[in-house]
Design a protein around this ligand. Structure first.
Ligand SMILES: Cc1cc2nc3c(=O)[nH]c(=O)nc-3n(C[C@H](O)[C@H](O)[C@H](O)COP(=O)(O)OP(=O)(O)OC[C@H]3O[C@@H](n4cnc5c(N)ncnc54)[C@H](O)[C@@H]3O)c2cc1C
Length: 505
């Protein structure tokens, strides 16, 4: 049924004229898709890979006001992000929940306690005092696994977190949508196209990454939400903007979660004013992220041994239980798209760059570019883009010629080595555009982040289970299913085993 629906959607994408085509199914594109469909626009969303397959699968899953940006005195951004956080807590119950965080100043190099306390209060007030009042806690459960004497009392304060995962949060905006208003296609890349001023329509070439077939779609406007690829797509279509992205790579390692690890811990590292977070998430805790400026993303981005080396070394400075590469359950790597003015050329530590977003509408062609943008700001970005779209056209009343489909109730399943239930593969294939093993293990579920070696198990003990799952992608053909699993093992050996084998720690 999943495959059939995709073929139907590809046909419709070719036949219909859309009000807006969104390029990119990360958090910016997904929440905008939902917003425009709700407002009555006919929308096409395409992603060259899986939904949330870019940066949006690699975040810290925090919906936060941006405490750290206070150090750069970026007060307006913090006030705006705090407002966005509050709106998400209010309007997305069950998806975004308030959560306590613990800030742990470094005794040696951190800010002094009184300065820190004033900063925390100021931050709380910028959030209009909607969260719990911050307080100092001398003794707390997590102290049991911190290295003795390294840390002073903690500051307990409140932010919010995504409930299940960042990828599922992205997916909810897409699959929860009335299919008569919009069509969303993963593994469908925008590869070319041009604007015809005569009829005011874009003709866009979309290439189905599964079959390799190219199709033409017509759209009144295009919204570029391609994250770190925004400038590449703009260049391809000769769109000029006053902005560009700079790239900051962020890596987390997943470590086994320790007993009594209740709240995310934010460690002040005292170096370049940076912090590292230790975030409990199911059976693991994420430790990171790194913050590394990248000159380019051409050729792809991956976790490097030195990223892991850095993180393990810092973990061993702060945690009692010493860790080495064999303790790493999972790796998580993404690139932040940070917006700067086009003429920006300064060498800069990425944390010092503002986390603002910018929306730019081309003067000559109906093309809107989204720069920056975080989970926390996804709704306000969507609202601002919608305003721009309204400036181009009013929503029509026409709907797509497909019956409304209501999202099916989620079915749950088990996975070896996991106590937590996971969404069933059948449900993900039928209702959530899951097209391969990796979609399922990494983004429809958290298996590849929670079970060692991306779900294979330390000694490949889960391979028979994966072969059973793969039958659902192979039409029940065992030889093809085995080949799919072998390809998956090869990818894990390259990007996980291969990286950890080179780590020094
Ligand atoms: C380590 C780390 C931690 C973070 N933590 C947080 C946090 O706690 N809270 C928070 O709010 N933010 C956080 N962020 C920031 C946040 O994750 C990103 O800003 C956000 O995910 C960017 O979303 P996006 O939709 O712009 O880009 P992406 O998620 O990268 O989506 C862009 C999509 O465009 C698609 N695309 C590109 N070119 C084409 C094309 N030609 N045709 C079709 N599709 C195309 C790509 O395949 C991709 O899926 C974090 C980021 C990192 C790296």
């Amino acid at each position: 049924m999943g495959e059939n629906q995709r073929s139907i959607d590809l046909e419709i994408a070719q036949r219909e004229t859309f009000d807006a085509t969104i390029i990119g199914g990360g958090i910016n594109g997904a929440s905008l898709y939902h917003h425009l469909c709700q407002k009555g626009y006919r929308v096409l969303l395409v992603d060259k890979g899986d939904f949330a397959g870019g940066t949006s699968q690699a975040s810290a899953m925090m919906v936060w006001g941006g405490l750290l940006y206070l150090r750069n005195l970026d007060i307006l951004t913090v006030a705006q992000l705090s407002r966005d956080r509050e709106a998400m807590i209010r309007n997305l119950e069950g998806e975004v929940s308030p959560a306590r965080f613990r800030y742990i100043p470094s005794r040696e190099t951190g800010l002094n306690k009184y300065l820190m306390a004033s900063g925390m209060y100021f931050y709380w007030m910028l959030g209009l005092c909607q969260r719990e009042r911050p307080r100092v806690e001398e003794s707390y459960a997590e102290k049991a696994f911190l290295k003795n004497g390294e840390h002073d009392p903690s500051f307990l304060y409140q932010e919010a977190v995504l409930h299940h995962s960042d990828s599922r949060f992205v997916l909810r905006w897409i699959t929860g949508q009335d299919s008569r208003q919009g069509i969303a296609l993963n593994y469908c890349a925008l590869t070319g196209g041009e604007y015809h001023a005569g009829d005011g329509l874009w003709r866009l070439t979309l290439t189905d990454q599964v079959t390799g077939w190219a199709r033409l779609a017509r759209s009144r406007c295009v919204i570029n939400c391609a994250g770190v690829w925004t400038d590449t797509v703009n260049r391809q279509f000769k769109i000029e903007t006053p902005f560009k992205h700079v790239f900051s790579k962020g890596v987390f390692v997943g470590l086994e979660r320790q007993d009594r690890h209740n709240y995310p811990l934010i460690f002040d590292m005292g170096e370049q004013d940076d912090v590292l977070a230790y975030i409990p998430w199911g059976p693991v805790a994420l430790w990171g992220p790194t913050e590394t400026c990248l000159p380019s993303i051409e050729g792809g981005v991956r976790t490097e041994p030195e990223d892991v080396d850095f993180l393990l070394e810092r973990a061993n400075r702060n945690l009692k239980k010493q860790v080495d590469p064999a303790d790493v359950v999972s790796l998580r790597c993404g690139v932040r798209p940070l917006v700067v003015k086009k003429n920006f050329s300064q060498e800069c530590y990425p944390l010092n760059l503002s986390r603002k977003h910018q929306i730019h509408r081309d003067r000559l062609k109906p093309w809107i570019s989204v720069y920056g943008g975080k989970f926390t700001s996804c709704v306000s970005v969507a609202e601002k883009v919608e305003k721009q779209v309204r400036g181009l056209m009013a929503p029509g009343q026409r709907r797509l010629p497909v019956p409304a489909s209501t999202p099916a109730e989620m079915e749950w399943d088990t996975y070896p080595g996991l106590q937590e239930k996971v969404p069933s593969l059948k449900g993900c294939i039928e209702g959530e555009r899951c097209l391969n093993l990796e979609d399922y293990l990494r983004r429809r579920t958290n298996i590849s982040q929670w079970v060692p070696r991306e779900g294979l198990g330390k000694n490949n003990e889960n391979v028979p289970h994966l072969e059973q799952l793969a039958l659902q992608f192979s039409g029940g053909e065992p030889v093809i299913a085995r080949k799919l699993v072998l390809d998956y093992i090869e990818a894990v050996e390259r990007r996980f085993d291969g990286v950890l084998a080179q780590v020094y720690s």
